[in-house]
Design a protein around this ligand. Sequence first.
Ligand code: TXA
Ligand code: MG
Length: 318
Amino acid sequence: MKKNHITKAVEVLTQGGLVAIPTETVYGLGADARNPDALRKIFHAKQRPMDHPLIVHLADISQLSLWASDIPDSALLLANTFWPGPLTLILKKAAGVSDLLTGGQDTIGLRIPHHPVALALLKEYGGGIAAPSANRFGRISPTTAEAVRDELGDAVDLILEGGQCEVGVESTIVDMSQGHPVILRPGMISAEQIENVLHESVRAKNDEAPRVSGSHLSHYAPSTKTWLMTRDEIKNFLQSVAEKDKPLAVMTLTQIDALPAGILQKVMSRVPEEYAHDLYQTLREFDKKQLKQIIIETVPKNQEWDAVLDRLQRATQF
Ligand code: TXA
Ligand code: MG
């Protein structure tokens, strides 16, 4: 890792600027979590509504008490088990934590990411870094530095290069502020993994949960019209597809042979972790091709696929 890039990033953050940060999930758009002017820049750059809370990224569990209060032992257990890693904990906020971070709520989202560049920056900086995904509001999260450039261009002062994100979808968000764990956003750490650590059952969010931006209907969405279909539906559809609906792309789990001209196929992995890793990058590449539509084959409905299915459903709702 290039030390001088980290030093430069620390400078930018200290001066109230925005730094795009690679994490293991997706790239984040980072700002000093204690600087209100810097936080406002995040909302402006993303065109994100001000009442959507931000996740504060930390270097070390010992910093938790600066941001959260009344931390239950169960939350500490999750933190010790899964951090650094793709898990965000929602906890009661500590006194003095800005409303810009919490969207005016009394809770705060916190996580320690598992990426050498993010960790090096967080350690060198020393303070909390607020970072939503580095995409424009409602769009697909970036999983490469190039994608951040496409999304935000000059709105970000510095982009740290960190390669393609290993996980590829956003962190699992668990609300630990209610007395019982509730998953607000599925991610690659599953409800089952959390249950195995806590020895208690974990609820999924009720669909009314208003404050998680990912829970808006059309979110993580390509700009090309995108549909989710079963394999049979795809085959039927392709048999009678009109010229005016081409070119189009299909994203499948197993190869469909003998496709008509004008149809691009990407066969995804049947391993959920590998699928998640490639998902956003594949959609982004499709999105650049001036296609009439994108058709995605449904994935299995089980816990392993929870996070992927959640993102596919959001990408195809409009
Ligand atoms: O993997 C990730 O979590 C990435 C990387 C950069 O860390 N970040 C990310 O941030 O996905 P963002 O802002 O795009 O999504 C975080 C979600 C938001 O939808 C926000 O509403 C929710 O977390 N959130 C943050 N604080 C919250 C709180 N106090 N209560 C409920 N939801 C909260
Ligand atoms: Mg986001």
